[in-house]
Design a protein around this ligand. Structure first.
Ligand SMILES: [Zn+2]
Length: 252
């Protein structure tokens, strides 16, 4: 009587599942269109190589991978606690439209595209910096706001970003402990006052001596990322690199 070969069966099952996953991805790529030119997408299901290359990127190569080396940006964030700044583009089309769809129209399918362009720019910056971070964290939202909105855009971005590399994403390390009302129209000074003491760390030992990559969607006044960076540095973090989709230069 023939012996039942469980290992062989599991091997064939896994191979079949891998083939199906690969075929589904290839089919998705064939069926998907670039959301800008509507041509066939190749580098990512939502964008083609040509349109990706033509996004209005900050020239990260000219500033050695760090936008703070650009005098104009350095002046905007003079009193800062973070060490480096990487951002994809100024707050302009098409990124402004995609972010709007993602945050306010609940188009969570944009998280994958935005995470992809975030890692694309981060990769280009890292080719200049040669100094990889140890852990990724994202700007947290207050639990009440999370319940009201149903999601935290910075968390979804960091999750999508983390699929492209091995740096550990620690989504429980940082908490927002104060609930804030809408911040629209506040000046830089008002923002700095209103975010002071808003955050807390859940595990100080885990972060001491580490190089942290802090992800947010858009920087406007920079008060939030600066307050988080201040907290991280006061807990012996080695350095903080801020990574965002956009810097809204005219609002700073
Ligand atoms: Zn295209």
């Amino acid at each position: 009587m023939e012996r039942f070969d469980l290992r062989g069966l599991l091997y064939r099952k896994n191979r079949l599942l891998n083939n199906i996953t690969s075929s589904v991805y290839q089919l998705r790529m064939q069926l998907s269109q670039c959301i800008i030119c509507h041509g066939s997408s190749d580098v990512h299901p939502q964008i083609c190589t040509y349109c990706l290359a033509n996004l209005p990127f900050f020239s990260i190569e000219k500033v050695g991978g760090d936008l703070l080396n650009w005098p104009a940006m350095n002046n905007l964030f003079k009193k800062r606690h973070f060490d480096r700044l990487i951002s994809v583009t100024p707050y302009a089309w098409p990124m402004s439209h995609w972010i709007n769809q993602f945050k306010y129209q609940r188009r969570h399918d944009y998280a994958s595209l935005l995470g992809f362009v975030l890692q694309y720019q981060w990769h280009r910056a890292n080719e200049e910096l040669y100094d990889c971070s140890d852990i990724v964290i994202s700007v947290p939202t207050h639990q009440r706001k999370w319940q009201l909105r149903g999601f935290n855009q910075a968390h979804l971005l960091a999750e999508a970003f983390s699929k492209y590399h091995q740096i550990s994403y620690q989504d429980n390390l940082l908490r927002r402990v104060k609930y804030e009302q809408a911040q629209v129209g506040q000046s830089g000074t008002q923002r700095r006052k209103s975010v002071a003491g808003n955050f807390a760390l859940s595990d100080r030992d885990q972060i001491a001596g580490k190089k942290v990559l802090l992800i947010d969607d858009v920087i406007t006044t920079g008060a939030t990322i600066n307050e988080i960076s201040r907290l991280l540095k006061s807990n012996y973090v080695k350095n903080v690199t801020v990574l965002t989709l956009c810097v809204s230069i005219d609002k700073c």
